[in-house]
Design a protein around this ligand. Structure first.
Ligand code: 5AD
Ligand code: FES
Length: 349
């Protein structure tokens, strides 16, 4: 029965909520092998053995939100807050360009210092210096007008994980000021404006059920984004979830495979969190169907202050070291890092 559901997915047939739940609850080693054989084949059909790289610039760890799972949430007094200046951001891009990056991801907490005007100036400057590069923003919930202004300034893509579809689960992970509905409204706005969008969720977050994951997968199918970022939840010692168990490697890989089959042309990163819970996590993610890696381009001095979770890898390395490390890791499993914008082949709207 569960094997048949994988076949159905492969034939682009819609799975119901109950079928997703059944599939998630009947995960076994045999089912995983069956899935990964198909998901790796689809990944190779769509993207060959190419791995797209994105240079991640963590430009501010100030955040006015208080998400219960996150190490840089507002009410954590035990971290050193920093902001990169526009010229520091630009110099990260220069270093990245030399290393072969053609996509820059500006990621940060929700920091009011970076008003729409300031952000738009930064985006426009990067756009004029690096016209052959894609600019991705990952700066949380903003007004539609702000999203539009940043798009007009030259931003191409936007990453905003929906985190969890279920409003009750959402409330257990976030303070009352945030809602699942508003988060999804942001995603639909971004899509309408014309951004290529990325969404996603944590695997194994506190209180998460198979029903929650089924809803997440149904939402992904409906939104049909260009990119889906999923990674294991990992506890941070200064949060209320410090003693919760982390998400598992196995469930994360299983979901990566399912998402690859469900949206064949999607961009799917093997995330830093996946590399953090297991030394071979990112390689295994690629084998399960992922095709993107997002090494850090932030200045090494600030990396240890951008810890959303404990034991994050790559906080002591230089940008060039991570770039080389990933190239070798990918080559070791028969894949090659390419110098390209790496646009999604998922163009349907
Ligand atoms: N473990 C794993 N992922 C986390 N994120 C935030 N905190 C954690 C954590 N403790 C993820 C969220 C957010 C993204 C930037 O990082 O899903 O959207
Ligand atoms: Fe950073 Fe391997 S990717 S050290």
């Amino acid at each position: 029965e569960e094997f048949h559901l994988i076949d159905q997915l492969e034939m682009d047939q819609f799975l119901s909520r109950d079928e997703w739940i059944f599939l998630i609850e009947h995960r076994s080693d045999a089912l995983e092998r069956y899935l990964f054989e198909k998901s790796e084949a689809v990944r190779i059909r769509e993207y060959g053995h190419d791995i797209y790289i994105r240079g991640l610039i963590e430009f501010t760890n100030y955040c006015h939100n208080d998400c219960y799972y996150c190490g840089i949430r507002k009410s954590n007094p035990n971290i050193l807050r920093y902001r990169l200046s526009p010229s520091e951001i630009l110099s990260c891009c220069h270093i990245g360009y030399e290393l072969g990056f053609r996509t820059f991801v500006l990621q940060g907490g929700e920091d009011n210092w970076f008003t729409t005007k300031r952000m738009a100036e930064i985006v426009a400057e990067i756009h004029s210096h690096f016209p052959d590069c894609a600019i991705t923003l990952s700066i949380g919930e903003r007004s539609r007008e702000s999203y539009q202004a940043l798009f007009d300034a030259g931003a191409d893509r936007y990453l905003l994980r929906h985190e969890t579809y279920d409003p009750v689960h959402y409330r257990r992970l976030h303070p009352d000021s945030l809602s699942a509905v508003h988060r999804r409204k942001c995603l639909w706005d971004l899509k309408e404006i014309g951004y290529h969008i990325g969404t996603g969720f944590m695997v194994g977050s506190p209180f998460q059920t198979a029903e929650n994951l089924a809803d997440d997968l149904l939402f992904l199918k409906e939104l049909n984004p260009q990119m889906v970022g999923i990674g294991p939840f990992i506890p941070h010692h200064d949060t209320r979830f410090s003693h919760e168990p982390p998400g598992t490697l196995k469930l994360t890989l299983f979901l990566l495979g399912l998402i690859r089959l469900m949206i064949p042309k999607v961009l799917l990163p093997a995330t830093t969190a996946l590399g953090t819970i297991s030394p071979q996590g990112r390689e295994l993610g690629i084998r399960a169907g992922a095709n993107v890696v997002m090494p850090n381009l932030s200045p090494t001095e600030v990396r240890k202050n951008y810890l959303l979770y404990d034991n994050k890898i790559c906080t002591g390395e230089e940008s060039a070291q991570c770039r080389d490390c990933l190239e070798q890791r990918m080559a070791s499993i028969g894949y090659q890092v390419v110098v390209s914008r790496g646009d999604s082949r998922n163009r349907s709207i």
